[in-house]
Design a protein around this ligand. Structure first.
Ligand code: FES
Length: 238
């Protein structure tokens, strides 16, 4: 099962995951999947300070694999714990944001509909500040993650639940740990409906060209955070 370790909700006391989950009241059916603990660093390789993030700005890092992108956002408002359900009807409790304002969140940037994701050349999916605009469904909120491919919309302040479009489940959450002493961020696990197997199957050839032979290698030790506009040459706005 690659390098990941499935951790059942009833056995969350073990190892590093216990530290990750400290302070969160997990539902009995929550099933975070622990991967390597990965420190988020800036483009110079220095530990990223959470307070250096610009509010409501798209940042990207890769986790848990070298080729799987993740959005990191400071929403500028608290993101509260939210009960959610996967496409396979598995319930889980997203724990909310971390950091002093509980505003820091991270979600897989692989759209839960047809797996569109940001590359260095093009991105159809991103966070949009302000009122949602969806040509296919009435707008239901603001400050959403929007996928221009088929207009799925996700609410990052509520665990990336689906607010519009054809996606059948929330974006998979990446669990973060914020150290109040150092202001550093560490990615520790995923929670929700993972689509990594489908992703690697669908884009096997493309990823081997984009990322090389290590596309499916687990990220180890640290992952670089970049603004989406620096990571991607053509972030599409729709
Ligand atoms: S791939 Fe994102 S909405 Fe279809």
């Amino acid at each position: 099962m690659d390098r990941r370790e499935f951790v059942e909700g009833c056995a969350l006391g073990a190892g590093s995951l216990a530290a990750t989950l400290a302070g969160h009241a997990w539902a009995a059916d929550a099933r975070p999947r622990a991967y390597d603990r990965v420190l988020l660093v800036d483009e110079l390789g220095k530990p990223l300070k959470a307070t250096s993030l610009r509010v409501q700005t798209n940042y990207v890092f890769h986790y848990p694999f070298e080729a799987t992108p993740v959005f990191l956002l400071d929403l500028g408002k608290p993101a509260v714990a939210t009960p959610l359900v996967t496409r396979e009807k598995q319930p889980y409790q997203w724990p909310g944001g971390v950091g002093p304002g509980r505003s820091l969140v991270a979600f897989s940037a692989i759209c839960a509909h047809k797996l569109v994701y940001p590359t260095k050349d093009l991105s159809f999916i991103s966070f949009r500040k302000g009122a949602a605009v969806n040509p296919q469904t009435p707008s239901k909120g603001s400050d959403l993650i929007h996928c221009c491919a088929d207009h799925s919309q996700y609410d990052p302040a509520r665990g990336a639940r689906v607010l519009g479009g054809p996606a059948e489940q929330p974006l998979c959450a990446v669990l973060l740990e914020h150290d109040p002493k150092t202001d550093q961020l560490t990615a520790t696990a995923t929670l929700g409906g993972e689509l990594f197997d489908d992703f690697f199957k669908k884009y096997e050839m493309k990823l081997s060209l984009e990322v090389g032979p290590n596309a499916r290698q687990a990220v180890a030790r640290q992952s670089t955070v970049r603004e989406l506009d620096r990571f991607c040459r053509n972030p599409v706005r729709c």
